[in-house]
Design a binder for this molecule. Structure first.
Ligand SMILES: NC(=O)c1ccc[n+]([C@@H]2O[C@H](COP(=O)([O-])OP(=O)(O)OC[C@H]3O[C@@H](n4cnc5c(N)ncnc54)[C@H](OP(=O)(O)O)[C@@H]3O)[C@@H](O)[C@H]2O)c1
Length: 288
């Protein structure tokens, strides 16, 4: 059994994915804008991820924009049969690299076609509607119109499954009245646990929860408790942060991002790390 198999699998839509995936956002340039400093390194990270058993990659055409999807295509196309690529729509980039809402039916349709073209696919496995009521975190507001537009694109056969990102529990419930939802992608990690109740509710319904910023994002997690647990277990802090997510709930599918093959290999070893109960109890204090 390869190390990543030890984390187990989850059914995402109609496909089974290994629970430890890869987030491709870090493969664009600084600020997720423009080309990466080292395109060869970005290609190598993707190929190493898939060679290690990763079969769930998260992306968006607004990373770069277009750049990350084009790198995924160059690195991996034609794609392995078992690879699930999840993308997201609902935002666009300003010329100053800002993140702007793009929620009209025309913008969402354009985004689906941009993803199809840049990834080299005829149909997208999973498309998350990235809710932009507030860019920096979930905020209430109806998503009926954009979700209905996305459901139309699904009816046309361009999208297999629908997910949500940056969503409140009320928006998840609203979306599920319009179309089946297979995953929710929100910010969540050891230190940011606002979605604890949502994760448990989604687990009961067999819906995946995909935590973004699993390692803390642009400012990787730092905590003396985390460092102490990692030191005691002979692991790195990033491995402990990922092992904690894998243990937290079986519907959690972490997508750690990195632009480095060494970090990728380090992160995937988290699948082999079993946290003892006293370590889990200590880590529960990090968010407080
Ligand atoms: N839906 C949304 O709104 C949303 C928002 C943000 C992200 N996402 C998705 O979630 C994925 C994960 O988030 P993320 O990539 O932003 O953040 P992350 O996985 O929490 O952390 C990535 C950062 O940690 C560093 N890192 C990774 N492994 C490391 C290691 N072993 N040791 C030290 N540093 C390490 C990376 O730098 P190096 O490159 O130097 O390794 C990078 O700066 C993204 O790739 C994207 O697909 C979605």
């Amino acid at each position: 059994m390869s190390s990543i198999d030890k984390a187990g699998t989850f059914t995402l839509g109609t496909r089974t994915v290994r629970r430890l995936g890869f987030g491709a956002m870090q493969l664009a340039g600084p600020g997720v804008f423009g080309p990466p400093k080292d395109r060869g390194a970005a290609l190598a990270v993707l190929r190493a991820a898939v060679a290690s058993g990763v079969n769930h990659i998260d992306t968006s055409d607004f990373y770069g924009p277009h750049v990350t999807n084009q790198i995924i295509r160059e690195a991996l196309h034609p794609y392995p049969d078992d690879l699930t690529i999840v993308t997201k729509i609902g935002a666009r980039r300003g010329e100053d690299a800002s993140w702007l809402p793009a929620f009209s039916k025309a913008a969402l349709t354009q985004a689906v076609h941009d993803n199809l073209r840049n990834l080299g696919l005829g149909v997208l496995d999973v498309v998350n509607l990235r809710i932009m009521v507030k860019v920096e975190g979930p905020a209430e507001g109806s998503i009926e119109e954009p979700l209905t537009a996305l459901a139309d694109l699904q009816q046309q056969g361009l999208v297999r499954h629908i997910g949500l990102s940056n969503a409140t529990p009320a928006q998840v419930a609203e979306a599920r009245r319009i179309a089946p939802v297979v995953c929710v992608q929100n910010m969540y990690n050891l230190a940011h646990r606002h979605d604890d109740a949502l994760i448990d509710a989604l687990a009961r319904d067999g819906i995946a929860y995909v935590p973004f910023f699993p390692l803390g994002g642009f400012t990787p997690l730092q905590s003396s408790t985390l460092s102490a647990v990692a030191g005691r277990l002979g692991a790195t802090t990033m491995q402990v942060a990922l092992a904690w997510l894998l243990r937290r709930s079986p519907n959690i599918l972490p997508i750690p991002g990195t632009s480095s093959v060494a970090h990728l290999r380090e992160n995937l070893l988290a699948a082999e790390l079993e946290l003892p109960d006293d370590a889990v109890a200590a880590l529960a204090t990090v968010a407080a």
